[in-house]
Ligand binder design. Structure first.
Ligand SMILES: Nc1ncnc2c1ncn2[C@@H]1O[C@H](COP(=O)(O)OP(=O)(O)OP(=O)(O)O)[C@@H](O)[C@H]1O
Ligand SMILES: [Mg+2]
Length: 224
């Protein structure tokens, strides 16, 4: 699913160069459930942005689902992101005045999916994350854990094969964090989705099947 060869990422800020990634070799197979750990600033989010085609590497080769990313046009990249990848972030990024169902429908509205189908798919995804009873609540009327579950439902609405999550439990108490991990485990085991999670939390990493450790822009332990 993910094949990175000697990936580097250099940020140029004014006069200074930041080498965020220094030659990453990483393979993640379809159906894996992987945690990425490492100190703050070690390059985890940079790695995930490149994995999700939200950013491009400075050098190296990245092949996702058999496609060499450097050969794809911007349109092809955004199609790949929309169809194949579900993103989940630490801050839930829900639209505050929209209810849960409308938030989940958003990616389908962008695609022009008809209203009835949108509603059915959003309801179905919210059911998968245990929020069938919260369809019409706006995000301000939901707990943090519930908001993150809405964000996961939104990530699922295009039936992606790959879920990329950057500290999805970072803002949550340990009980809500466990509920979120229950959902990721279920998606991996029952729906056979490939799931990659960045976390600072050992308990979260232990729920996955493999942990990669990053240090100063390099992988120090691939976890296999
Ligand atoms: N857009 C950017 N421009 C310049 N430098 C950046 C940019 N994004 C990240 N960096 C730098 O790249 C390095 C890696 O950042 P990154 O966000 O990937 O770390 P991280 O492991 O996700 O850290 P954290 O655990 O704090 O989220 C850091 O030194 C950071 O300052
Ligand atoms: Mg980060």
């Amino acid at each position: 699913m993910i094949e990175m060869k000697n990936i580097t990422k250099v940020y140029q800020v004014g006069e200074s160069r930041v080498e965020a990634l220094k030659g990453i070799d990483l393979s993640i197979n379809e159906g894996e459930f992987v945690a990425i750990m490492g100190a703050s600033g070690s390059g985890k989010s940079t790695l995930l942005s490149i994995a999700g085609c939200l950013d491009i590497p400075t050098s190296g080769r990245y092949v996702i689902d058999g496609k060499d990313v450097s050969l794809l046009s911007d349109d092809e990249l955004s199609l790949l992101r929309n169809e194949k990848i579900g993103f989940v972030f630490q801050a839930f990024h829900l639209l505050p005045r929209f209810n849960a169902q409308e938030n989940v429908e958003l990616p389908l509205i962008y695609k022009g999916t008809p209203k009835d189908e949108r509603k059915e798919r959003a309801t179905n995804c919210l059911e998968q994350v245990g929020l069938r009873h919260r369809l019409l609540h706006s995000s301000s009327e939901l707990s943090g854990g519930e908001q993150q579950r809405v964000a996961i439902a939104r990530a699922l609405v295009n039936s992606p094969r790959l879920i990329l999550a950057d500290e999805p439990t970072g803002n949550l108490d340990s009980t809500s964090a466990e509920e979120i991990m229950d959902i990721f485990c279920k998606l991996n085991e029952e729906k056979k989705m490939t799931v990659v999670i960045i976390t600072h939390n050992q308990a979260v990493a232990e729920r996955t099947k493999r942990t990669c450790h990053l240090k100063d822009g390099q992988i120090v332990d691939e976890g296999i």
